[in-house]
Design a protein around this ligand. Sequence first.
Ligand SMILES: *[C@@H]1O[C@H](CO)[C@@H](O)[C@H](O)[C@H]1NC(C)=O
Ligand SMILES: *[C@@H]1O[C@H](CO)[C@@H](O)[C@H](O)[C@H]1NC(C)=O
Ligand SMILES: *[C@@H]1O[C@H](CO)[C@@H](O)[C@H](O)[C@H]1NC(C)=O
Ligand SMILES: *[C@@H]1O[C@H](CO)[C@@H](O)[C@H](O)[C@H]1NC(C)=O
Ligand SMILES: *[C@@H]1O[C@H](CO)[C@@H](O)[C@H](O)[C@H]1NC(C)=O
Ligand SMILES: *[C@@H]1O[C@H](CO)[C@@H](O)[C@H](O)[C@H]1NC(C)=O
Length: 348
Amino acid sequence: MRYLILCAWIVGLVGAVIGLPSFVINFDEAATTRYNKIFHHYRNQIVEMENDMMHSIAPSYRQLFIDNVDKFAISNPEAYQAMSALANITSLPLWQTLLVNAVVDITSFCTSVVGVMTDGTVIHGRNLDFDFPTVLQPLVYRAYISRKGVIVGEGACIAGYIGFYTAIRYGSFSISYNVRMYPHTNTSEITANILREWEPGVVPAAQAIERALLDNNTFHDASTYLQEQPLNTPCYLILAGVAGVKGANEGVVITRDPYGVNATHSLDVENGVWYVAQGNLDWWLTNDTRYQSTVTYLEALGRDQLNMETLVTDVLNKTGVVQLMTIFTASMSASKQALDVYLTPLPQ
Ligand SMILES: *[C@@H]1O[C@H](CO)[C@@H](O)[C@H](O)[C@H]1NC(C)=O
Ligand SMILES: *[C@@H]1O[C@H](CO)[C@@H](O)[C@H](O)[C@H]1NC(C)=O
Ligand SMILES: *[C@@H]1O[C@H](CO)[C@@H](O)[C@H](O)[C@H]1NC(C)=O
Ligand SMILES: *[C@@H]1O[C@H](CO)[C@@H](O)[C@H](O)[C@H]1NC(C)=O
Ligand SMILES: *[C@@H]1O[C@H](CO)[C@@H](O)[C@H](O)[C@H]1NC(C)=O
Ligand SMILES: *[C@@H]1O[C@H](CO)[C@@H](O)[C@H](O)[C@H]1NC(C)=O
């Protein structure tokens, strides 16, 4: 097992598309057992990751989870059951597995881009940036999403976490999640994000994305659902469809407030808007150098040179866009049914 992962990591060093470990996740199976193969496979690395995360999380959050474990059983049975299985497999306390699973609400960064090639193909790239890249990168795997006996899509996931942050539904849409840093920056706001998880009807963003992947057939349906579903945290949901030809423009950055939408930025190919990009800030209100670098590289590349490879080599992997904490870069296309994952070379 260890050899397999080490090997994947070394291949990642030379920048090739690596053969990630892959697992089928059967969403017709109860969450109590659905992730067990993955949890067993990565058991030791998950324990290491959980312990590293705990060292960086303020003690106030620990008490919040210790005191409220049972609330998850009611508000989010899927997370509760999956994390109960993980706790049993790893011998870690349940409150800890639930807390670490929610850590994206506490800290993470990212860049996402949707672009339209000259032939109308919509492509979608993202850097996943997170603390502890050396601990998290060996946990990256490819999840095939099985629903009613059919593989409907796939995602690039991190073992120990449920839901999706980077995924495609074949022939329908691709999606990525970026943290929204405002309002998301101080302890009381993060606590508010956590407390919101227990409100009836509120779903953590990664699980809302999962529902869209399972239940929505089109870009339009996923976009509508992801604009309306109450979420626990402000965030950016970046969605790309299959049609970038005149009039379709299936690409949007949805800037979410937990209970509504603050902004949408859509493709508008007829009027020269052949890409949309997003970092972790409302760039139209605040200067965001990572967003500006991304746009500069996209403009330098040009629409006629844009494809799934150049989006990585000439934009997402460039200085000022790629970060020291980037774990992977993904390049996706729902119409091509492709999700390429490049593990970022990490400092030794
Ligand atoms: C990204 O850049 C690094 C450093 O220049 C390089 O080692 C790596 O191969 C590149 N990755 C991709 C996917 O191009
Ligand atoms: C984990 O173990 C506890 C205690 O034995 C048990 O009650 C619970 O059902 C187990 N969780 C899962 C998902 O199997
Ligand atoms: C956190 O930020 C909000 C504004 O976004 C402010 O109202 C609140 O007082 C801040 N809390 C702390 C503890 O700084
Ligand atoms: C999209 O998925 C959501 C979440 O499961 C569901 O509530 C909604 O009805 C779906 N939309 C359509 C049009 O199927
Ligand atoms: C976002 O929208 C909500 C309503 O949905 C509003 O209460 C909030 O003030 C808005 N926030 C920002 C930063 O625009
Ligand atoms: C962004 O920075 C430029 C200078 O680099 C400045 O002119 C502009 O006012 C800033 N915009 C915002 C919204 O802060």
